[in-house]
Design a protein around this ligand. Structure first.
Ligand SMILES: Nc1ncnc2c1ncn2[C@@H]1O[C@H](COP(=O)(O)OP(=O)(O)OP(=O)(O)O)[C@@H](O)[C@H]1O
Ligand SMILES: [Mg+2]
Length: 544
């Protein structure tokens, strides 16, 4: 603790001999002092100079020591007083203290008594200052903590907002996919059937393209809405990455040149497409933001990588040695210094203005990549751009390479039962399947479909069912159908909102899933694959 020393003291006394006695005692103790012979003089000096203490006689003509103290403290609340009092005064000791004096001295007093009083005041003042220091420090801490809590609350509200947007987006996407399915299917069918010189061909192509764009948009919206568990499936990263970047292009300023280089054919990973899209989009969005000012170049590259057992640098990040798919995103943006790099994967760390970024982008990326047993590295320097490398473990098994050819004769008259409570989606499926040469029985009620199947199980080569339907869901229907004829191939048709998990689907014998809105090509491939391979174990495939 720092010791406190009174620096400037004023002695107020109308008795010159007492005045000089006090003055000389103080002087010998080393204090700097001034004197006043009455309260008015004292008040004047107080207004001109600064004092730490006033030692005032109590009985003085016109204005006594207590009145002086009250007036002075009204102007200088921190000024301390010692009141010198005789035996026969108007005031008692308690009156003096109640009036605000720090202490009192009974006349006559010795130099030792005076010294003891002054030392006590200095000790008390020292303690008070120390306390004030602690209090100020505490106040600062409370202010800082309050600000932190405020910003945590803001972040929480932001996360809740994102969740709400996600739920809304999920609902919209589900509905939209149902609406888009007939638009996409019928325009494709009409295009397929239109003669080469038909004047409507161009318009039909515009409808098909617009529907595809709408489908892509819905899938983009769905990146927010990933509220369900990850749905891993085999993904061919090359084409998928190109597709993601095609969608991303519209949100990247034209001043940024975008290059996508697929440098490997071994591009198969087992992952949730929505999560992969999030990984790519979050990293690319950051890159685009880093080049917003002056433009630049964004390169997205896909290549093989093998993490060797001795590659300590990457292994230190906790990944197993083995084959990986390496996704590199390089930008020529403003880069980062080490203090930022150290925190970029922290949830809610952001250098953006309030409202411009939640600081969740890279933490989500990190979480997803780590979940897949992969890792992510970053190389950057201020003004030198940034390169992120994402390592994803390669899938053990690859997709069958056999290409699918869709022709109107592929159906060979086989009969397919299609169940969907949305009439237009049902009509779209029927249109596509009939155009492929299949015979189709279409039913909007899952209960009726079950009855029909019970009556003629052997007539139907395949069942295609919607997932979300009243009374009996697609999964429940599949389960019932399998009780009647085990091994019946079933394709589950879902919008994003109703995605099921792998385990549920496998347990009911579903062999394939098709996402809405489906194109003629997607449906044809799924049906041909199932009818060719029969009821193989459930591996939902992502194909466009
Ligand atoms: N390519 C990059 N170039 C420069 N700085 C980057 C780059 N990528 C990330 N950063 C820095 O890392 C921070 C964290 O990124 P992150 O994506 O987690 O959050 P955000 O972009 O700030 O917000 P959000 O992604 O939630 O909108 C950014 O604020 C930015 O400072
Ligand atoms: Mg970001």
């Amino acid at each position: 603790m720092d010791t406190y020393r009174l620096k400037h003291i004023m002695v107020v006394d109308d008795d010159p001999s007492h005045q000089s006695m006090v003055l000389s005692a103080l002087g010998r103790m080393g204090y700097e002092c001034e004197v006043a012979s009455n309260a008015f003089e004292a008040l004047e000096k107080l207004s001109e100079d600064s004092f730490d203490l006033v030692i005032s006689d109590i009985v003085m003509p016109e204005k006594d020591g207590i009145e002086l103290m009250k007036e002075a403290r009204a102007l200088l609340p921190d000024l301390d007083f010692i009141i010198m009092t005789g035996h026969s005064g108007d005031y008692s000791y308690s009156d003096i203290v109640a009036a605000g004096a720090r202490d009192y001295l009974m006349k006559p007093f010795t130099k030792a008594e005076l010294k003891a009083r002054l030392e006590r005041i200095e000790r008390e003042r020292g303690n008070e200052l120390e306390l004030r220091k602690h209090r100020d420090h505490l106040e600062k801490l409370v202010t800082k903590r309050t600000a932190e809590l405020d910003s945590a609350n803001k972040r929480l509200r932001q996360v809740q907002k994102l969740e709400a947007i996600g739920t809304l987006a999920k609902g919209i996407a589900h509905e939209f996919n149902n609406i888009l399915t007939p638009i996409m299917a019928f325009s494709e069918i009409m295009l397929e059937q239109a003669a080469e010189d038909d004047s409507f061909r161009e318009e039909l192509q515009i409808i098909v393209d617009s529907a595809c764009r709408a489908r892509d948009l819905v899938s983009q919206i769905m990146t927010f809405a990933r509220t369900e568990g990850a749905e891993r499936q085999i993904i061919r990263m090359g084409p998928f990455l190109k597709e993601i970047m095609k969608q991303a292009r519209s949100s990247i300023p034209a001043t940024i040149k975008v290059d996508v280089n697929i440098l490997t054919k071994k591009d198969v990973v087992m992952a949730d497409p929505v999560q992969i899209q999030q990984v790519v989009m979050n990293i690319c969005t950051n890159s685009a933001q880093a080049m917003q000012e002056g433009g630049g170049a964004l390169e997205v590259r896909l290549q093989d990588a093998v993490i060797m057992p001795e590659s300590m640098e990457i292994r230190a990040l906790g990944v197993k040695p083995g084959p990986y798919l390496k996704l590199t995103v390089s930008d020529t943006g403003h880069g980062m210094d080490q203090t930022i790099v150290d925190r970029i994967f922290d949830p809610f760390f952001t250098t953006r203005q309030p409202g411009e970024g939640s600081g969740l982008g890279l933490s989500v990326v990190y979480g997803i990549v780590a979940d897949y047993g992969g890792t992510i590295t970053v190389e950057t320097a201020p003004g030198r751009g940034t390169t992120f490398c994402v390592f994803l473990p390669g899938a053990e098994h690859e997709l069958a390479e056999e290409p699918f050819t869709v022709s109107s004769s592929s159906g060979t008259g086989k009969c397919i039962l299609v169940v969907d409570d949305d009439k237009l989606v049902l009509l779209a499926a029927v249109g596509i399947l009939e155009s492929l040469g299949y015979r189709v029985v279409a039913i909007t009620s899952s209960l009726e479909a079950l009855e029909l199947f019970r009556a003629t199980p052997d007539e139907l080569s395949l069942v295609i069912t919607d997932l979300t339907m009243p009374h009996m869901t697609g999964l429940e229907l599949a389960e019932e159908l399998h009780k009647i004829r085990p091994g019946t191939p079933i394709i589950l048709c879902t919008g994003y909102g109703g995605m099921t998990n792998r385990g549920d689907a496998a347990a009911t014998g579903i062999v394939e899933t098709v996402r809405k809105p489906f194109s003629r090509q997607t449906m044809a491939e799924a049906v041909q694959r199932v009818l060719r391979d029969g009821a193989t174990p459930f591996i939902p495939l992502m194909r466009k």
